[in-house]
Design a protein around this ligand. Sequence first.
Ligand code: UDP
Length: 478
Amino acid sequence: MDEQETELPPHVLIIPYPAQGHVNPMLKLAELLCHGGIHVTFIVTDYIHGRLLRHSTIVQSHLASYSGFRFEIISDGLPKDDPRSGDKVGELFRSFRVTAKPLLRELLRSDPVRDSDSGRKRISCIIADGAMSIATDVGEEIGIPVIFFRTTSACYFWAFFCGPKLIESGEIPFQGNDMDVPIKSIPGTDGFLRRRDLPSYYRVSDVADQNLQAIMSETLQTTRARGMIINTFDELEGPILAEARLQCPQIYTVGPLHAHLKVRLTSKVTSNSLWEEDMTCMTWLDVQPAKSVIYVSFGSITMMTNDQVMEFWHGLVNSGKRFLWVIRPDSVIGKDWEKHLSTEILKGTKERGCIVGWAPQEEVLVHKSIGGFLTHSGWNSTLESIVAGVPMICWPYFGDQQINSRFVGEVWKLGLDMKDTCDRVIIEKTVRDLMDGKGEEFQESSDQMAKLAKKAITEGGSSYCNLDCLIRDIRLMV
Ligand code: UDP
């Protein structure tokens, strides 16, 4: 290393899994690191990069203002016109792993040469998505330390880390159809976790299932890394983190990242959406009474059938509550579903509803008119709701959402878990229960949790201190 290079800040390579729920918090971490004086190269697929340039204001405004930030664009290996839809997550996962590994190796091998005149140090640390263990293969080969970044909850990570125990004890695969059987082999979850609350990948008849094996194997690689960053906070997932810390290397809990970024930057943080945000819903919200609207959104991947959309539509209208509903244009399997709606339902929608293709979710959740969130329990959505102090109804679709929703309903008491049902009568009743019946109780616990989240990211708080430790440790890796 020459003298000139020694004076430069450390340089980190960040590699997210190419989907909205992963890119979103990893870009936020990238910005926090840049703000902390670290140079960042952020690997992004051409598909995601194109969408970010089209729809994300954070990329154009904030990130471009850091001289130490740059994108490195690679392919995800899928054809250009592939819709990369939510029902093909496995395909993207396999294709990206295979394509990214040699590109990553090439990038790191050529790094010292390419960067000698670029005003950047050689990359001294890789921060890789927890689903990208290929980074540890390449990091070990080249001699660069890796820190994993889990964009999901600690409880999801832990449920997979304990996968071998679940299999050894015979709890997986499930014997019989009873989904309410308690789970015993995940320390820290005794007494409240049932089969139906396990991550959906455990719902298999054969433990050799490709997706289950892939995720379990990725998770077990965690111990190979120098550390693990989790977008959570100690006050939220304390008991699970205590168990995980006994087994895993250094864990940095730095979340909720979206709120943490706002605190550190003190300027207005804008979005990093992959879809165009329809701002008309904000004007609609402005004229609704305080806490009267239930916000309904199932994230960026969830796919729904015609029948499920119809059940939700009837349930929402029949609840008599105002609703703001995000229906992503690519999220419904089937065509012409709107044609089957009765005049009564259309009338109720016009009177009390607003439907958009994609919303500025963080802004929506903190709007004074929002009184509840009907969510798929994606981890980013859950954290955004927690910070905004909005009680939830959970309708998990897949992955981590089944376990997140159990924690929301049973452990944190922040709302109601409606998993494994999709019936208009239950939806109507659950919406009423959240907005009226048990509303006050949930609002109280949501307010308390929001306070804890804010404390964690304020100077001296757990996540605030952990981010400082992370930056210090990255500096020591040079
Ligand atoms: N989101 C948004 N507008 C929408 C729906 C979702 O900005 O209309 C954002 C949301 O704020 C969150 C992300 O998309 O940050 C979804 O991530 P999450 O982990 O909740 O679910 P996933 O999409 O990964 O299933």
